[in-house]
Design a protein around this ligand. Structure first.
Ligand code: SF4
Length: 332
């Protein structure tokens, strides 16, 4: 069975916060507030195709702080989504939203529950208090803990989102954030390396030279580690890196943005494992057995793994072996 999200972007124009990285309209790629009729039209138009292909979908309200928008507007959107979930349960299996940790309390959870919300994602961004302060998030790590515990206690699926490379951030803080997410028993995680957009506070800091974010290579090393940590804890990372968007590309001043970022990070994991295993086995020429699905990750983007291993004096040829993640032997 295939699973997808029908994403509905709801910009938060009245947001009282000014997070350093946020230019909401660019991130969401839209400038208009969807009406209940717009949502109904979108869900209706997708219905036939989803049913035909046997795909189940969650209706996902993203783009801002869903539980912070005007209450009557929020419930009108939820009412429409809930109607599709109840009328077409063979296709629309649930509703999810993203919001701020300090926009969660028992009362809002009652409302979300009434409208059939299944998963709530919190933009935690960091569990380091100083990073949150420097980036003017307006909430604390304790708010994330409190909201996460409430969400879990009420039986919703808990999603936690983190950013890497914010103003004042360090790779070890990001590792600490991942450790806290694991302790909080997140059901899903999203990782967003910081993209510095023109027109934001981060953009100003970047232009003035006061802020340097992590390099691309440091981000790949870090995110590969984060993927390993969440993998070990059995927590799916459902997104790594911002979705491709023309507006983001046009407004981007710096930071890390690459359409194949996840693939590159997964390749890095293969690189680390291969170099450790080749060192352990000894020798210079190897055969690497792997499933056909992994071949491009073993080789690396632009054959990067091949050239990095060559730099260590290792050469290898790949033999495809269905079902094998990675097995290495000396070449005779
Ligand atoms: S990131 Fe969210 S909370 Fe922060 S300014 Fe943007 S919309 Fe508001």
């Amino acid at each position: 069975m295939r699973q997808t999200n029908i994403s509905i972007f709801v910009p938060h124009y009245g947001c009282p916060h000014r997070c350093t990285f946020c230019d909401q309209r660019s991130i969401s790629g839209t400038q208009s507030m969807p009406s209940p009729d717009d949502i109904a039209a979108t869900l209706e138009s997708q219905l036939g195709g989803l049913r035909e292909s046997g795909t189940k979908a969650e209706i996902a309200f993203f783009g801002g702080s869903f539980t912070g928008i005007e209450r009557g507007y929020m419930t009108s959107l939820l009412g429409t989504a809930y109607r599709f979930v109840t009328e077409h349960p063979d296709v629309y299996t649930g509703i999810r939203c993203s919001t701020r940790p300090d926009f969660i309390d028992e009362e809002i959870l009652d409302i979300l529950s009434e409208y059939g919300m299944t998963a709530i994602e919190l933009g935690a961004q960091s569990m380091n208090a100083e990073v949150l302060r420097l980036n003017e998030r307006g909430h604390s790590p304790e708010d994330v803990v409190r909201a996460s515990e409430l969400i879990k206690a009420r039986g919703f699926s808990l999603g936690l989102q983190m950013m890497t490379g914010l103003y004042g951030d360090k790779p070890e803080y990001c590792i600490g954030t991942a450790e806290r997410f694991i302790e909080l028993k997140a059901d899903t995680v999203r990782i967003y390396p910081t993209v510095i957009l023109d027109g934001t506070k981060l953009g100003e800091l970047y232009k003035s030279g006061e802020y340097e974010t992590f390099t691309f290579d440091d981000t790949v090393t870090l995110c590969a580690e984060l993927l390993k940590m969440f993998g070990k804890a059995d927590i799916p990372v459902i997104r790594l890196g911002l979705h491709a968007s023309r507006e983001v590309e046009e407004k981007m001043l710096g930071g890390v943005y690459h359409p194949a970022l996840r693939e590159i990070c997964e390749s890095r994991i293969f690189l680390d494992e291969m170099s450790a295993e080749m060192k352990r086995i000894g020798g210079t020429d190897f055969i690497v057995y792997t499933d056909p699905a992994n071949v491009s990750k073993v080789t690396g983007q632009k054959k990067e793994n091949r050239s990095r291993l060559a730099g260590l004096g290792y050469r290898f040829e790949i033999k495809q072996e269905k079902g094998t993640r990675l097995r290495i032997e000396n070449a005779l």
